[in-house]
Write a protein that binds this ligand. Structure first.
Ligand SMILES: C[S@@+](CC[C@H](N)C(=O)[O-])C[C@H]1O[C@@H](n2cnc3c(N)ncnc32)[C@H](O)[C@@H]1O
Length: 324
């Protein structure tokens, strides 16, 4: 495991994992179709619903169909999601693009009217940007996805202090004449992280980490083709819920949202149709309990190459071609 990226989490008290929602459960891993599972859950139980739905791009767990069919199929799940969301709750819907014959369809644009029709209010359209990914030749390479943060009403939880990030210039002072002149103008806890988040994604698929002295792979990588980094969920859980609230991921994959929630003392439920992913999620949860879950800590700076790594250097063949 790469020693500058990876960290394991402290041991946590282990909790019982159950397969169905009940109000006295703390961790629910529900195996099956989220539509059926959610239909049996009570109204308004979830304070935060955070998820990355299937994008309909032909990943191993989905059958690709046309965009309208895909949206029609997912709409009843969204109706259930909105029903089980608390009145003062938040929904974080993380998506990228659907691509057909090289034409790009940004999924958030297509989902927005569905949520709006159901009465949700958009608070932020967060840009999650990353430096690596597919290199396109017929258009610019895509380097962000979006996370739509909706609330169900105007009364919602927003805890800014736990997610503040260090200010670039903490020494800045008020410069206008007046009682505050010369005093620090920032907040000692740091600044608002803004709606552009530079968190790690998929660097394990790019080979970036295949460089000398850095052992390959993101510390959290599992068998799932597109899992959330735990730190992305942590920011949302800290800002949008309080201790002991329920956090739901209706497309939970290998349980990253649930790990972040349990780690932060929230109750959590995940729905997942693939048994292999549920099993992997449970394995990760047990690693969390025993203090062995590989984890990239929240806010850890993205690695900057020093220029000495082999992959940072201009290949010799290119240099030779330039000289000739
Ligand atoms: C984009 S992945 C989510 C990955 C997850 N965020 C993680 O960190 O592992 C979407 C997941 O939804 C699951 N899925 C797709 N349709 C589903 C459905 N109707 N019911 C339950 N799970 C579904 C897929 O198997 C896949 O694991």
């Amino acid at each position: 495991m790469s020693n500058f990226l990876s960290q394991t989490l402290f041991k946590q008290d282990s909790k019982e994992i159950v397969a169905e929602f009940s109000s006295d459960a703390e961790i629910v891993f529900a195996h099956g179709n989220s539509l059926n599972i959610l239909q049996s859950c009570p109204d308004g139980f979830a304070k935060l619903i955070i998820t990355s739905p299937p994008y309909n791009i032909g990943k191993e767990y989905e059958t690709q169909t046309n965009l309208n069919e895909y949206l029609k199929e997912i709409e009843p799940v969204i109706e259930q999601i909105v029903r089980v969301l608390a009145k003062d709750g938040s929904l974080c819907w993380q998506v990228g693009n659907f691509v057909e014959k090289s034409e790009v369809f940004p999924l958030d644009i297509f989902f927005y009217p569905i949520f709006k029709k159901l009465g949700l209010k958009l608070r932020n359209r967060i840009i999650w940007t990353f430096e690596h990914g597919l290199h396109c030749s017929l258009r610019f390479s895509g380097r962000y996805e979006t996370l739509l943060w909706f609330t169900k009403s105007n009364d919602y939880i927003f805890n800014l202090d736990p997610v503040r990030i260090p200010s670039k210039y903490p020494g800045k002072t008020h410069f206008k004449p007046g009682p505050k002149y010369g005093l620090p103008s920032g907040n000692p806890l740091g600044k608002n992280p803004s709606d552009v988040w530079k968190l790690m994604i998929n660097e394990w698929e790019t080979g970036l980490w295949n460089i000398p002295n850095v052992k390959a792979n993101h510390p959290e990588k599992t068998l799932h083709p597109c899992q959330f980094p735990i730190e992305l969920v942590e920011r949302c859980v800290l800002a949008l819920t309080n201790n002991n609230d329920w956090v739901l991921d209706p497309f939970s994959g290998v349980g990253s949202a649930m790990l972040a929630s349990v780690r932060l003392d929230r109750k959590t439920m995940g729905c997942e149709q693939e048994l292999t992913y549920i099993e992997e999620a449970k394995r990760r949860m047990n690693l969390l309990f025993s203090g062995h879950l590989p984890y990239r800590p929240l806010g850890k700076p993205v690695y900057q190459p020093t220029g000495k790594e082999k992959v940072s250097q201009i290949p010799q063949v290119w240099l030779q071609e330039t000289v000739q």
